[in-house]
Design a protein around this ligand. Structure first.
Ligand code: PHB
Length: 415
């Protein structure tokens, strides 16, 4: 059977794949999007929910944030508890007005799919790409259950261990770290909304309470690496959350547990995000722990940059390959900045592995000191606040999107 042809094959319809496909299609580039999951599965997968300022500004400029900004909430404060103190970090004020948006990732994905389809795009759901290989003339051949697809470029946006990365000569290997603990993840009904992200630095391990919607919250509990979720009954999870987070009368309480799991805590950055016309974006290029809520944000940022780089490459601007190498260089640097931010926050939120009980208070005091430092106005507070909330603009390649950029400036003072 003769393979279908397209210009850019996008593997994975998560936030990275959808933002990329959208940008390319809008610029008149032919795109084929393949997604392993069915549409219902994809739109029901609960994940992140905290979006950086600059990511939302970018989505706004593309007309992709209407529902997000109508239904999402702005958050500019988080709380970090340690040794019985609850310290408010008013990062909105410390950063000079930069705040997050809280909006569930699956809602954003649903909006992006709807927008893509409104523009006339189609997505092949339930259609995994089985393999990716070079096909002469620099083209790429993708094999799917529905037959072959010949593309000029293939972009892996399908998460870690994807087929596009597997087609790199070294499998897109790169430095990685397995942390000595895991996070039990819980999606739970709550009796009142989570007003601010709450981190608990606790002698028995970190706990977190994060906003999602008015009646659902995301909770985390540090557990030993390799822990099995089956060993945590609902009652034990709830009791441990209440204890470590010191949930009192005015706080939300986890009720029915809608979803539980264990997140293996690791960081990883592929050594290369590009091999010829094979490209990686989002989790396919790097894995960041949830600490700091950077995964979804950096996935959108990769895609936003890659749109401009691919357009430049297609137009032959600056000589073959330059634009795509530029993408790789900028996003590798960004990935390491993100890892460093996430890792530094992890260090604050966890006690060193194997610390004997009699030394824990000392370690907690050091952490409380640092919490106070980032909560205080001054250079350290401002630096943390700006990095945390994603100040500034996404550093996107080239001039894309040209017209909308001006529109952002005039609208960014709004809600
Ligand atoms: C989350 O919303 O899941 C979240 C938010 C902030 C973090 C980590 C996780 O630092």
């Amino acid at each position: 059977m003769t393979p279908r042809t397209t210009t850019v094959a996008v593997v994975g319809a998560g936030p990275a794949g959808l933002v990329l496909a959208h940008g390319l299609r809008r610029a008149g580039v032919e795109v084929a999007v393949h997604e392993r999951l069915s549409r219902a599965e994809l739109e029901a997968t609960a994940r992140a929910g905290v979006l950086e300022h600059r990511v939302v500004e970018h989505l706004r400029a593309l007309g992709l944030a209407d529902r997000l900004t109508a239904e999402g909430e702005r958050h500019g404060r988080c709380e970090i508890s340690c040794l019985g103190e609850r310290v408010v970090v008013d990062y909105g004020a410390l950063s000079g007005g930069v705040r997050h948006w809280v909006y569930p990732q699956q809602s954003l994905v649903r909006d992006l799919i709807a927008a893509y389809e409104r523009d006339g795009g189609t997505i092949a759901f339930g259609s995994p790409v089985e393999s990716v290989a070079p096909d002469g003339d620099g083209a790429v051949l993708l094999r799917t259950a529905a037959g072959g697809l010949r593309a000029r470029y293939a972009v892996g946006c399908e998460g870690a261990h994807g087929v596009v990365a597997a087609a790199f000569p070294d499998g897109a290997a790169g430095p990685q770290r397995r942390y000595p603990y895991d996070w039990l993840t819980v999606l739970a009904r709550i009796d009142r909304p989570v007003a601010a992200v709450r981190y608990a630095v606790h002698a028995d391990g970190f706990a977190g309470m994060m906003p999602r919607t008015a009646d659902v919250g995301r909770f985390y509990l540090e557990v030993p690496a390799g822990e099995r979720v089956e060993d945590w009954a609902a009652g034990r999870i709830r009791a441990e959350l209440v204890r470590r987070l010191d949930l009192g009368g005015g706080d939300p309480r986890p009720g029915e547990l809608l979803e539980t799991g264990v997140l293996r805590m690791r960081g990883r950055v592929a050594g290369r995000f590009r091999h010829g016309r094979l490209l990686l974006a989002g989790d396919a290029a790097h894995t960041v722990t949830p600490s700091g809520a950077k995964g979804l944000n950096s996935a959108v940022a990769d895609a936003a940059d890659l749109v401009g780089a691919l357009l430049a490459d297609l137009r032959g601007a600056g000589g073959a390959g330059d634009a795509l190498d530029g993408y790789q260089q900028r996003r590798l640097e960004a990935a390491w900045r993100t890892q460093e931010f996430s890792d530094r926050l992890l260090e604050l939120l966890h006690l060193p592995a194997g610390l004997p009980p009699e030394q824990r208070e000392f370690a907690l005091r050091l952490r409380l000191e640092r919490i106070h430092r980032i909560a205080r106005p001054g250079p350290e507070g401002a630096e943390f606040a700006r990095a945390y909330a994603g100040a500034g603009e996404l550093p996107v390649a080239g001039v894309w999107p040209p017209a909308q950029r001006t529109a952002v400036a005039s609208r960014s003072t709004g809600r």
